[in-house]
Design a protein around this ligand. Structure first.
Ligand code: ADP
Ligand code: GLC
Length: 483
């Protein structure tokens, strides 16, 4: 099976969130299973600055409405055995950020990712990759399935498409006059196609035209077919019910491994947590918190956005920190008002709460390793990787029962690995944290919960196999023979 993974971000090259973890680590997991996978993404400025790349000497033009843009293909030394290709176009991608500045999205994102989607297919042809399946991720690559069924049908007749929804809230909606940029005829601009309330909806192209659609957890797959979670696309998704699967994300358990992690103060494993105690003490020192092994330390590593339940958390903090002996470290960036709110709270509870605004891989490791608990009260969560990383590092998660959080965390009061609340309210969140605090007070019980968190299987083993089975079935059904 030859698989080409097309994504707008992938570790280790560029990352704004879990999509990058998934695209990068899934490609590596496939290689470990003998499948032939490669990765293709835009050549952003930071990729050029941080990685040694090689031009392949392949250059081509991509029509974009009345103009054409040039694409050049680069490659990187194989990251963990996976060939990675990069589409260079400095006009579109030589920028500081992937999608926009802190002030908002880049105004030409439609052009940038229409260009990228088409360049992926052109690159696959020119590199003679002959993929059996192009696995497309989120709206930035969602036009690829439509291209394979229209403009490129005769040139890539033996390539099937799988489209994965990582977050239905970001759909790539643009005004209808961007339609000519796609090079796809207006006959596709219909309610059955990519039209959505008078606009183009790129995510809808992926949902409608992909041979198979997936999302990143079984619960989210069910939720997005409801009015409450469907973001206006629940009807479209229901139409594809027979081709919609929920496959739980995994994490790269080699990279996220407290037993070998060189970035933390001391390594540790489920049977000997003494290293974790040192990590906690180091985090307390770094964040100006009282050094105390007995005081529970809760961590948050998150985009600060409405999705993540940050304002619920802020309201709950006042009660939790006001009433209990607990410390809190927040690492996050995003919405300016939420950033200010978390900083204000840290000022109010100085010495017990620390907020670090920014994106820092290094600090993220230290928070996961140093925290006893991990708070993730997301309003909705397609899958969520942070709670899995936290569990791997022995930080017991406290989560809202939604999407992938519901599929990965089970209530410790019923023998599970964390604390789960139903009903998105401050009271329910506070009650769940209080259950966690009570358990923390009982050393043996807490050790049992930490152990069940740490020993869960969060690897790609099962899910990568599920994807491979799905690719095979999709290929056979749509192309008509065995790959
Ligand atoms: P989402 O993709 O919705 O942001 P996930 O839980 O799937 O949520 O993935 C988030 C990923 O981004 C995790 O790897 C997490 O550690 C990382 N992350 C989030 N915020 C930060 C931050 N401020 N600094 C460093 N890493 C972060
Ligand atoms: C999105 C979702 C998150 C998921 C990630 C990777 O960013 O918000 O829940 O884990 O994609 O699939």
């Amino acid at each position: 099976m030859r698989i080409l993974i097309a994504a707008s971000e992938a570790v280790p090259f560029a990352k704004t969130g879990g999509l990058a973890d998934v695209a990068g680590s899934l490609a590596v997991a496939f290689r470990g299973m003998g499948a032939d996978s490669s990765l293709i993404m835009p050549l952003y400025r930071r990729v050029r600055e941080h990685f040694r790349l090689k031009p392949l000497g392949i250059e081509f033009s991509v029509p974009l409405g009345p103009v054409t843009q040039t694409a050049r293909i680069w490659t990187a030394a194989r990251a963990k055995g996976v060939p990675a290709y990069f589409i260079e176009n400095d006009f579109f991608f030589d920028r500081e950020y992937c999608y926009g500045t802190p002030d908002g999205d880049y105004p030409d994102n439609a052009s940038r990712f229409i260009f990228f989607s088409r360049a992926v297919i052109e690159a696959a042809i020119r590199l003679e990759l002959a993929p059996d399946v192009i696995h497309c991720h989120d709206w930035q690559t969602a036009l690829i399935p439509l291209y394979l069924k229209s403009v490129y049908r005769s040139r890539l007749p033996e390539t099937a498409s799988v489209f994965t929804i990582h977050n239905l809230a970001y759909q790539g909606r643009f005004w209808h006059w961007d339609m000519p940029l796609t090079g796809v005829g207006w006959e596709h601009f219909t309610p059955e196609g990519i039209e959505f309330f008078g606009k183009i909806n790129l995510m809808k192209a992926g949902i409608v035209y992909a041979d198979e659609v997936t999302t990143v957890s079984p619960t989210y797959a069910r939720e997005i077919m409801t009015h409450a979670h469907g973001e206006g696309l629940d009807g479209v998704l229901k139409n594809r019910r027979d081709s919609l699967a929920g496959i739980l994300n995994g994490i790269d358990t080699h990279d996220w491994n407290p037993a070998t992690d060189k970035r933390i103060v001391a390594v540790y494993g489920p049977d000997d947590l003494s290293g974790k105690k040192l990590c906690k003490a180091a985090l307390q020192r770094e964040c100006g918190l009282k050094r105390s092994a007995r005081t529970p330390l809760a961590g948050v590593v998150s985009r600060l956005s409405g999705q993540k339940g940050i304002s619920l958390l802020a309201s709950a903090c006042e009660q939790i920190l006001g009433k209990h002996d607990i410390q809190l470290v927040v690492l996050g960036a995003g919405d300016a008002a939420l950033e200010r709110r978390m900083q204000r709270l840290a000022g109010e509870f100085e010495g017990r709460m620390h907020t670090h605004i920014g994106y820092s891989d290094e600090m993220a490791y230290r928070v996961y390793a140093g925290a006893d608990m991990f708070l993730m009260p997301s309003r909705y969560e397609p899958c969520g990787l942070s709670q899995m990383i936290a569990m791997r590092y022995g930080a017991v998660p406290v989560v809202h029962k939604t999407g992938g959080l519901a599929d990965t965390v089970t209530e410790a009061d019923d023998g599970g690995n964390g604390f789960v609340f139903s009903g998105f309210s401050v009271e329910r969140l506070v009650a769940a944290v209080e259950r966690a605090l009570e358990a923390f007070g009982n050393r043996r019980r807490w050790a049992g919960i930490v152990k069940s968190s740490m020993t869960g299987d969060y690897s790609w083993r099962h899910s990568a196999r599920e994807y491979l089975d799905l690719y095979r079935k999709t290929f056979e059904r749509t192309i008509g023979h065995v790959a």
